[in-house]
Ligand binder design. Structure first.
Ligand SMILES: Cc1cc2nc3c(=O)[nH]c(=O)nc-3n(C[C@H](O)[C@H](O)[C@H](O)COP(=O)(O)O)c2cc1C
Length: 194
């Protein structure tokens, strides 16, 4: 029997909670297990940007919805095998915690484990504009093996609406983490004009 594929999804308190929902929906449709942890900051942004029902949907979409204080959760250990971890959206606070390996809170601990095990870690880092500290933290995590992939819309891909845009950004982050988002990602195949 093929072992179950698992992905860790960390949701932090940057703007873009809808991206987390799209990521979880795609992973569920791909039949990849979803080990989710939501920071206290994200509890605020999810409620503010999407409403209370969205938090319930995240819980329902998660294979496991792990409290940020549960440092004994499976994803806090490298012996729990996962394909990759995605932090979507990734706040500057969580980025800094990952850059400096603080391991404070389950999201930062799971990201630290992902890096030490040399597994793909994609940070959908969202803030604008960026100061030197943000950029330094991005450089630091990149040197440690993470991939910083800001939620930049693929304007060239004929986006139909905001939902389509969120889906394309989520699918791209999954592809960056080495997963195949099958029919979800519209790939560039060249322009007919040139
Ligand atoms: C509506 C709202 C939007 C926010 N957007 C961002 C953002 O885009 N990027 C960011 O770094 N922080 C943002 N913040 C601030 C973070 O939520 C805050 O720094 C929090 O402490 C992050 O902690 P966490 O990484 O543990 O979730 C936002 C806060 C609120 C309430």
């Amino acid at each position: 029997m093929t072992p179950e594929k698992r992905v860790v999804v960390g949701i932090s308190g940057a703007s873009g909670a809808a991206l987390a929902l799209e990521t979880l929906r795609i992973l569920k449709n791909l039949r990849i297990a979803r080990h989710v942890t939501v920071t206290p900051g994200a509890e605020v942004t999810i409620r503010h940007e999407l409403g209370a029902a969205a938090r319930a949907e995240i819980r329902a979409l998660a294979t496991q919805d792990l409290p940020p204080s549960n440092l004994a959760a499976p994803i806090a250990s490298g012996s729990f095998k996962v394909e990759a971890m995605i932090v979507v959206p990734c706040s500057m606070r969580s980025l800094a915690a990952i850059a400096y390996g603080t391991g404070e809170g389950l999201l930062a601990r799971a990201a630290d484990v992902t890096l030490k095990e040399r597994r793909p870690l994609v940070l959908v880092a969202r803030e604008a504009p960026l100061h030197e500290g943000h950029l330094e933290a991005m450089l630091k995590v990149t040197r440690m093996g993470a991939i910083v992939s800001p939620p930049v819309p693929p304007f060239y891909s004929g986006l139909a609406d905001l939902d389509d845009m969120n889906r394309q950004i989520a699918a791209r982050s999954l592809a960056t983490a080495g997963l195949d988002p099958e029919g979800y990602l519209r790939r560039w195949t060249g322009s007919r004009d040139s």
